[in-house]
Design a protein around this ligand. Sequence first.
Ligand SMILES: Nc1ncnc2c1ncn2[C@@H]1O[C@H](COP(=O)(O)OP(=O)(O)OP(=O)(O)O)[C@@H](O)[C@H]1O
Length: 345
Amino acid sequence: MSEILRVENLKVHFPVHSGVLMRQSGAVKAVDGVSLGIAPGETLGLVGESGCGKSTLGKAIVRLLKPTSGRIVFEGSDITTAGVGAMRPIRRDLQMIFQDPVESLNARHSVREILEEPFIIHGGTTPAQRRTMVNELLDRVGLPAASADRYPFEFSGGQRQRIGIARAIALKPRMVICDEPVSALDVSVQSQVLNLLLELQREMGLSYLFIAHDLAVVKHISDRVAVMYLGKIVELASSDAIYQRPKHAYTKALLSAIPHPDPTREITRELLEGDVPSPIDPPKGSAFGHRIGHPRYDETIGKELPLVEIEPGHWVAADPCCLEPDDWEKVAAEGVRDCPTGAAG
Ligand SMILES: Nc1ncnc2c1ncn2[C@@H]1O[C@H](COP(=O)(O)OP(=O)(O)OP(=O)(O)O)[C@@H](O)[C@H]1O
């Protein structure tokens, strides 16, 4: 598969300091060895509960955060250690939108100033050309031209997200990291914004890494889905496989937490109990096995639980606590393809 983005064994650890001398006493392992690949025009959904490291991963990919180790390759260029100058041309092609557009849009700037900024930074346009481009962008995201002279606070949440999207697509990028862009919106507005993102993808051939905390939101828009738990990807497969044949206990728990539209249908909800453990001092073995008190947890202590390809294109952590016994036998047997970089693409 040709890839527009490749992430290899990426780690983002935040140092923790304590004591009077504020010496480093540990690290928050927010992203702890993530590998994935995204194809041109593809949407990869990234799901997991709050605190699993999804935003940190997204921000590291666009280099808003510095990776601790690993590699990020975008359109064939290694951008892992790219500085501000080297990132400038990359940013034309690699953009990010956020959950709260108010935070990411400068509230003191008019919509016109917000949307003109990328063109000014990258140069080569006249004021008249920028005026036309702003009008075209507003039209493209479904906002009237008169919006240009208003300020972000004058818009509803859904409209503000449209402004955030207009800004992200201004320079005709090839990939957009979408960090929970609809999580703060009402359900009806959510689907309008998701439809806009899908239309833009079709027109512009965009690739998306689409971050969400529940599987319901990413279901209709993702080609493949990666499930993240405590800094690591535990399952990665096509959307159909994730929803119809999930293998990992954590994916199953996330799926069972999706409310079903038919309340008369009997469902057993394996509710996610407790909170995601702290990434400062994560369990020494299977992190989810520890949370659910699995009897085989001790066997996993100190072991690598790599992603293995259990079915073509379906990757899951080789974790005896989180697989059905027959799947575990298949994984434990020789011949299941281990993924040395965990690239799972
Ligand atoms: N700058 C930072 N310094 C220290 N710890 C951080 C920093 N940013 C994030 N963390 C910690 O890293 C872990 C992962 O956070 P992150 O925001 O990436 O998770 P998330 O899955 O995106 O959750 P949410 O959906 O709540 O944003 C959390 O424990 C968080 O407290």
